[in-house]
Design a protein around this ligand. Structure first.
Ligand code: ADP
Ligand code: MG
Length: 682
């Protein structure tokens, strides 16, 4: 299985490098390159017998091809196929490449759902080129359809897989427990592999694919479980949840905690009383008040003579935390310091001394905090905000090798459904802030065409006259990296010289340096300027209760959750707020849908559900962004049920003896556990 692909029969250097580009480096990788679906050629239907709405397989010869355009102007390629009983129209969007292959005279088998457009038709059917595959693929029976592979034809893949199957023989160890195979009718790993590539019937292939997808998820879940176990056996420092401490903390606040904050604090503080280090995810919508909960925990750690570190993914966010968290803590004379990548050496020195002497016990920063030689010997609590931007592995590196093992709290403003939370944070317990602080003004959201900019600016002017503040946001453009900067920058220049100018305008965009960003944010937060023109860098973390207006340009380009996060920057004070979603021409239907939902609700969980519906789980959780591996077989879109099964199995079965090796073999990158052990053993 671990044999390098270039040693496989039929693979020369050129083919090996092409396969490598597909991520296939070993024979095992090739065997996990499973068919997308199967075409059941055992039951070929005659075209005359086709029924609209049914799935069917037909075989015939291309007699005619042409192009047409859809109503929306998309190019459609048509190939008419006949089998002697009738003719069938095969249609493909944006598929000019097929023109060369689907030529008159070519014999194909097509499978898909039968539609009716003036005659029987199939849109984007699965194709098998009959002359191509000849007998080698067993095209008379069940034909596997592999994902499109550049430079490697279907016939080649079939042949290589055959060689690989032969090569591995009967001994194919599986990481998933036998019961997962048996419940799907398989007795061995070899059977599973044979069935996924060369099934007797498509359903057998689908069951075999399930076993392999389950194995992906199982390995990942075992890794999360191992984190959890290692963490559990590590010695943590118990932090007493002194009732008095908490009361003093609450008494020092300018507001009363919400019921949800009280409950979360109860759970978290009792977690920390144990010598088993805490691992908790605190999930709460934007504005639900996670920061003050974090501050309370830092306060408890301080009282126990321990340090806390609070990490944010960006400098802007870190300095924001420093302000709000620091505000809560310094009133109780708990010293806080800010350390980011751009902290000058002298200041760094001073911070180190203050940490050592105990003048500072809470360090806020970007992950630069835990790199290098910061004296955090008595780190009792690690708080990570927006952890998905860090990834599981990075987070583990921060904890690894520390003695005692710090308690961990991760804060996330992305409300995700339970099953998803399990994939991402399967190694953590959950606490939820499901209640907003009282006294928030309402937010009115309007969807407006950009031609009505004038009205919006008149409105804006009136709010500023009243002493309120406003965000003006421009989208990041994918097409050209600098375009977003230009949009925001030129808008900034125009506004500065116009009637808004006298209120003071700050500019914030991604190409500014860390300190520049912080300076811009600070002058807006402190009220020196009343307008902040920015790109989406303000998405998370800025907390300016005086801000009551947000104008989002090019709103149709933003995702639903992103707009929700953005809008969460206003409506934080007691006054009513307004959000303008400004769009241009030519919005598609889903863009309208997104804006409509936002205008309708401010409920983060409802918005998350809608987002999931519109984009699907794969898009919403992303993979890389969350530090998830690329699963070779499993597809988060399709395999949510398997995820539950994988987690359940991982809970019942012990860690596989060679988990690190399994992980690396499967995901093509070293297991995070390896680095954790290496660091500990040093
Ligand atoms: P998030 O969960 O988005 O991080 P924050 O912690 O930034 O939310 O809180 C948002 C705002 O609400 C802050 O200005 C904070 O001071 C305020 N806040 C937090 N808890 C309460 C509360 N219980 N009552 C009133 N205001 C609160
Ligand atoms: Mg926050």
């Amino acid at each position: 299985m671990n044999l390098e692909i270039r040693y496989l029969k039929g693979v020369g250097p050129a083919r090996a490098s092409r396969l490598q580009r597909l991520g296939i480096e070993t024979v095992g990788d090739l065997l996990l390159h499973v068919p997308r679906r199967y075409v059941d050629r055992r039951h070929v239907a005659s075209i005359a017998s086709l029924r609209t709405g049914r799935e069917a397989v037909v075989a015939g010869t291309v007699v005619h091809t042409r192009f047409s355009r859809s109503r929306k102007g998309r190019r459609i390629f048509h190939a008419t196929v006949t089998d002697g009983t009738g003719s069938l129209d095969l249609t493909f969007f944006h598929a000019d490449y097929l023109k060369r292959r689907l030529r008159p005279g070519v014999r194909v088998s097509a499978s898909g759902e039968v539609r009716f457009f003036g005659g029987p038709a199939m849109a984007h059917p699965d194709l098998v080129f009959l002359d191509d595959d000849g007998d080698t693929s067993g095209s008379q029976g069940v034909v596997p359809v592999y994902p499109l592979t550049e430079g490697i034809g279907p016939r080649t893949i079939v042949r290589l897989v055959d060689a690989a199957l032969e090569g591995v023989g009967e001994s194919v160890p599986m990481a998933v427990p036998d019961e997962a195979l048996q419940s799907r009718g398989f007795r061995s790993g070899a059977e599973v592999l044979r069935a996924v590539h060369r099934p007797e019937d498509p359903r057998e292939g689908i069951r075999a694919r399930e076993v392999l997808a389950l194995e992906d998820l199982y390995i990942y879940q075992q890794m999360l479980a191992a984190f959890r176990r290692e963490h559990r056996v590590a010695d943590g420092a118990p932090i007493p949840a002194g009732r008095e401490e908490l009361e003093r903390f609450e008494a020092s606040l300018p507001f009363r905690l919400t019921g949800a904050q009280e409950r979360a604090l109860g759970v978290l503080s009792s977690d920390m009383e144990s010598a088993v280090p805490m691992r908790r995810l605190l999930q709460g919508d934007v504005g639900s008040g996670k920061t003050v909960v974090a501050a309370a925990l830092c306060r408890l750690a301080h009282a126990a003579g321990l340090q806390s570190a609070v990490l944010a993914p960006t400098e802007v966010l870190a300095s924001q935390h420093m302000r709000s968290l620091g505000g809560f803590l310094e009133r109780l004379s708990v010293g806080c310091g800010l350390l980011t990548g751009s902290t000058p050496a002298g200041e760094r020195e001073r911070l180190s001394e203050a940490l050592e002497s105990g003048d500072i016990s809470v360090l806020v920063g970007t992950h630069a905090v835990l790199e290098g030689s910061v004296p955090l010997q008595r780190l009792g609590l690690l708080v990570v905000d927006e952890q998905h931007k860090f990834g599981v592995e990075q987070r583990e590196r921060l904890l690894a090798g520390r003695e005692p093992r710090p308690h961990l709290m991760v804060m996330s403003a992305t409300p995700i459904p339970r099953t998803m939370a399990m994939t991402l944070y399967g190694d953590m317990d959950l606490a939820v802030l499901d209640e907003m602080p009282p006294g928030r003004g309402s937010i009115t959201t309007r969807v407006m065409h950009r031609e009505r900019r004038g009205e919006i600016f008149d409105f804006l002017l009136a709010r500023l006259e009243d002493g309120e503040r406003a965000f003006i946001v421009y989208p990041l453009r994918e097409a050209s990296e600098h375009r977003d900067l230009r949009d925001a920058t030129s808008a900034y220049e125009i506004l500065r010289d116009g009637p808004l100018g006298r209120f003071g305008i700050s500019l914030l965009h991604g190409s500014m340096s860390g300190p520049e960003k912080v300076a811009a944010t600070e002058s807006f937060a402190s009220g020196r300027t009343s307008v902040l023109v920015s790109t989406t860098v303000i998405e998370v973390g800025i907390d300016v209760p005086e801000a009551t207006v947000m104008v989002i340009s090019g709103a149709e380009r933003f995702g639903l959750s992103q707009l929700h996060q953005l809008r969460g920057r206003i409506g934080r004070g007691g006054r009513s707020s307004w959000c303008f979603l400004v769009h241009g021409d030519g919005m598609d239907e889903t863009a309208w849908e997104r804006l409509r939902i936002l205008a309708e609700t401010t409920d983060g969980f409802r918005i998350a559900e809608k987002d999931l519906e519109l984009r699907g789980p794969g898009e919403v959780i992303g993979t890389r962004q969350h530090g998830l591996p690329d699963f070779p077989v499993a597809d988060l879109e399709r395999d949510m049920d398997l995820l539950t099964e994988a987690r359940e199995l991982a809970g019942r079965y012990p860690t596989p003896p060679d988990l690190d090796g399994l992980f690396e073999g499967r995901f093509g990158r070293p297991s995070p556990l390896t680095s954790e052990r290496a660091e500990r053993d040093e």
